[in-house]
Design a protein around this ligand. Sequence first.
Ligand SMILES: [Cu+2]
Length: 168
Amino acid sequence: MRKVLFAVLFGLTFAAQAADVEVSQAWTRATAPGQDSAMVQAVITSKQAAELVGVSCKCADTAELHSMVHEGGMMKMRQVEAIDLPAGTAVDLGAAGYHLMLIGLKQQIKEGQQIELMLTLRHKNGKTKNVKFKAPAKALNASASKPMHDMPAAGGHDMGNMHQHMQH
Ligand SMILES: [Cu+2]
């Protein structure tokens, strides 16, 4: 009896969480030969309030959540532990001053290739959830200009320097 109840509860939980996170406008950039890292941008919408706490890709040794900060006139990247995802709000990582960083690329990323990634979200109740998505690779020399939004750039970061990942 207890086993059946558990199965039902588990089933309900699973169903409720099945489609509550949406990842859109994901993209990355083709890499130059020998380039070790790449950044990925995406817009993430979670129906429930959550935090983005991790990212992974089979294409790289590690993947991190990064923020860009101005420091002494230079744009620097920092690893962050978590990125807030308010309920029902589309969070544009790039516009918010963040990106996903792939470090230790196993292969060169070619233009048009679809990179498969997995996000880990943590809900307020402590439960974590993995969300897979694909990011198509833009041309290496494609403009780094940010996607246009009607609202002014929230963090005041110059995202045009996004491609200068000098730290890695
Ligand atoms: Cu980075």
